[in-house]
Design a protein around this ligand. Structure first.
Ligand SMILES: NC(=O)c1ccc[n+]([C@@H]2O[C@H](COP(=O)([O-])OP(=O)(O)OC[C@H]3O[C@@H](n4cnc5c(N)ncnc54)[C@H](OP(=O)(O)O)[C@@H]3O)[C@@H](O)[C@H]2O)c1
Length: 277
């Protein structure tokens, strides 16, 4: 029997909801994605984050079907890549993603990066608005958008993104982005929530983990949850996927949160959005 979903859901400004904790599948091979996604769903995950760039949408769709859990109980996000911005081009890219996923809608479609050199993300956004109007996407949002990119969307569209997925972890807590997103009713989602595993392995996280009888990864994921963020850790191991889900049975106290704040360095694991052509 499939375990019950473990994650609470958070409201989106369009009336939909999103499970707060999901599985990220960047760098998961298409051939492995099916087994991993089905295993994660069996472990209680109900939210999968993929992208056209990851080349595993086919495997993700297979995994969702193989899990036996009804499609409408799983929240699936995918993203349009930078070279497919444009009103018609983005809709074509979406058709291809949907075909690979083997689905008739996605829950959340994101513009992966603003790709400022191309200067076409407002056109891509118009396409997302159309896809939502057509009922092919439940919710629409962006990724790696800074306040000036969001302001440009606000100048050109009446529809605001419901969510902004950005690099966010204890090294890079993104206070300014979180505050700006919140002021517009946009939910912030953390990508690379473990800084690709690199934030682990330090004395502060180890001692907080020991205190709660948890792993350092669980402490970091709990920190995201308590900040009210959507969080999508990735792992290729089903054991770690299960471990990463067990973050709803303890609470970080004020001293823990203050100690984690001391880890901020501003260091990114990925590119600055203004430099991602
Ligand atoms: N929108 C964007 O531009 C963007 C960019 C990057 C990522 N993302 C999304 O965010 C998701 C997560 O980010 P990410 O994959 O870059 O990094 P991440 O989730 O921060 O870290 C993944 C790394 O941590 C390791 N790990 C996972 N759980 C662990 C645990 N419990 N203990 C120890 N190590 C653990 C994994 O190793 P193993 O796999 O060996 O377990 C992997 O090397 C991606 O999969 C993707 O969906 C979005």
């Amino acid at each position: 029997m499939t375990p019950a979903a473990f994650s609470p859901v958070l409201p989106l400004s369009d009336g939909n909801v999103i499970p707060q904790l999901g599985l990220g599948v960047y760098k998961v091979e298409d051939t492995v994605a099916s087994t991993l996604v089905a295993g994660a769903i069996e472990a209680g995950y109900r939210h999968i984050d993929t992208a056209a760039l990851y080349n595993n949408e086919r495997g993700v769709g297979e995994g969702v079907r193989a899990s036996g859990v009804p499609r409408e109980e799983i929240f699936v996000t995918t993203k349009v890549w930078n070279d497919r911005h444009g009103y018609d081009e983005t809709q074509r890219a979406f058709d291809e993603s949907l075909e690979l996923l083997g689905m008739d809608y996605v829950d959340l479609y994101l513009i992966h990066w603003p790709a400022p050199e191309q200067n076409r993300y407002t056109e891509a956004w118009r396409a997302l608005v159309k896809l939502q109007e057509d009922g092919r996407v439940r919710s629409i949002g962006v990724s790696n958008f800074k306040s000036h990119h969001l302001n440009r969307l606000r100048d050109t569209s009446d529809v605001l993104p419901v969510l902004n997925q950005v690099e966010l972890h204890p090294w890079l807590p993104q206070l300014e982005t979180r505050t700006f997103d919140r002021s517009l009713g946009i939910l912030t989602e953390s990508w690379s929530p473990l800084a690709r595993g690199r934030v682990l392995g330090n004395d502060i996280l180890d001692s907080i983990a020991d205190k709660h009888g948890k792993s350092p990864a669980q402490v970091v994921l709990r920190w995201h949850i308590q900040l009210g963020l959507v969080v999508i850790p990735k792992s290729n191991s089903l054991d770690r996927i299960r471990e990463n889900s067990q973050v709803f049975d303890f609470t970080l106290d004020v001293a823990d949160v203050a100690a984690i704040a001391g880890l901020e360095t501003g260091e990114r694991t990925g590119l600055d959005p203004d430099d991602h052509g």
